[in-house]
Design a protein around this ligand. Structure first.
Ligand code: FAD
Length: 404
């Protein structure tokens, strides 16, 4: 095997973003994944979809991957309506409040990964290895060796982008802190009687949040978070019974649920790696942190990690991209930003869980006050879109590079 500047383990949305960012800067990259290349079914939506904010869009634009993504099944969302079953309080976020055409886009994960990989194939300095299991990582003073079933790689830096259950993180002996919410998120594509109005809808129920995200063909992707026993019960229902329960839980805001595809579920946990870096190693994306999907931030945070790590690597003094100063810059930059968002999301999850009457009243009042306050709403929208905070160059859209 040849030598590389960076070996990335995990070729999902976040790993493939970093590979593109480094390839664009002419680094030699190997991208290894234990799974198979992403498959996009032209007739069916991927069950895994993500709401991506402006910052993630800008990263993809700057990597020249956005045209391939936006030419496919991508839906903008211009508003977000949130309401609380417990207090009756509600809040609406509107892109127009911050002078933007949309708050973000709903994209299928597999479609984004495929577009990123197509773009990668244009770079001669990138090698991608699918269905490859890494067995050992051995850091040395001036390089790191990555062993796999078929041989080994040598690089200046290895990056773990291998998702929430990260083998890399465990192999490096890096612990995590967090909370198992004891919840599952049920996902499915559904059809509704009334149009989705390019709005992301979310109702907070005592059992957890229920979101309807707009898709390009007029249908919605749902994320219904609830505790394990309710999730098991809901998953066991017939399609017809599930459609009714779903419509009822959503207060029939978009009329009856007229159709439903396959259902799937994901476990929900908040987890934060105790360290993002080790000797000649870094963690990015879900390998470093996972958050509850209620604010649609997980992939956005991971894409920002990739953009920042690429910027830190590009600034490496003396050209050695795996030295501690590069890795410390990445960790210092991202840990605080991620922590801020993770705490906010966790706080929201907790706040909406309480059903005591006084807390419900305060919550309702808080929602109404926030809804009426222009500056506070603007602040929240900008944060959620990823257009405030300490942005890397790659996450800034150049003027004239912002239309859909
Ligand atoms: C229900 C739900 C809804 C969500 N909605 C949103 C949303 O609206 N917006 C948002 O921003 N985020 C959302 N997220 C979070 C988002 O899906 C994740 O944060 C994002 O997919 C993480 O990307 P990743 O590349 O870090 O990890 P993954 O997508 O998990 O990719 C990891 C890759 O590593 C590979 N891999 C795993 N183990 C190994 C190994 N040992 N060796 C080599 N390769 C390996 C896998 O095959 C995979 O390709 C949601 C999550 C859930 C569960």
């Amino acid at each position: 095997m040849g030598e590389h500047d960076v070996v990335i383990i995990g070729a999902g949305m976040v790993g493939a973003t970093l590979a593109n960012a480094l390839a664009q800067r002419k680094y030699r990259v190997a991208l290894i994944d234990s799974g198979n290349p992403p498959a996009v079914d032209p007739d069916a939506y991927d069950l895994r979809v993500s709401a991506l904010g402006r910052a993630a869009e800008c990263v993809f634009r700057n990597l020249d991957a956005w045209p391939a993504i936006s030419a496919q099944r991508v839906s903008p969302f211009r508003k977000m309506r949130v309401w609380d079953a417990g207090s009756g309080g509600s809040i609406t976020f509107d892109a127009a409040d911050v002078g933007e055409p949309q708050l973000g886009h709903i994209v299928e994960n597999s479609l984004v990964v495929q577009a990123l990989h197509r773009r990668l194939s244009d770079y001669p300095g990138v090698e991608v290895f699918w269905a490859t299991e890494v067995t050992k990582i051995v850091p040395h003073r001036d390089a790191v060796t990555i062993e796999h079933q078929g041989g080994e790689f040598k690089a200046a830096l290895v990056v773990g982008a291998d998702g929430a259950g990260s083998w890399v993180r465990k192999h490096l002996g890096i612990g995590t802190r967090g909370t198992d919410y004891g919840q599952r998120a049920i996902v499915a594509q559904v059809r509704t009687e009334q149009p989705h109005e390019y709005t992301a809808w979310q109702r907070f129920l005592p059992t957890g949040p229920l979101a309807f995200l707009p898709l390009a063909d007029g249908s919605c992707s749902i994320v219904w978070s609830c505790d394990r026993s309710l999730a098991e019960q809901l998953m066991g229902l017939t399609d017809e019974a599930f459609r009714y329960r779903l419509g009822e839980a959503f207060e029939f805001k978009l009329g009856k649920i007229s159709g439903i595809g396959e259902r799937g579920w994901f476990p929900l946990a908040r987890s934060h790696a105790e360290d993002y870096i080790a000797v000649r190693c870094a963690l990015i994306g879900d390998a470093a942190h996972t958050v509850h999907p209620l604010a649609g931030q997980g992939a956005n945070l991971g894409i920002a990690d990739a953009a920042v790590l690429a910027e830190a690597i590009t600034g490496a003094a003396g050209g050695d991209v795996g030295v501690r100063s590069v890795l410390r810059r990445y960790e210092r930059w991202r840990r605080g930003e991620n922590m801020l968002m993770m705490n906010a999301v966790h706080g929201l999850q907790r706040l909406f869980q309480f059903q005591l009457q006084p807390i419900r009243q305060i919550r309702g009042l808080g929602l109404r006050l926030t809804d009426a306050s222009g500056p506070v709403k603007e602040l929240i929208i900008r944060r959620a879109m990823g257009i405030s905070g300490d942005l890397p160059q790659l996450a800034r859209c150049l003027s004239g590079n912002t239309d859909l």
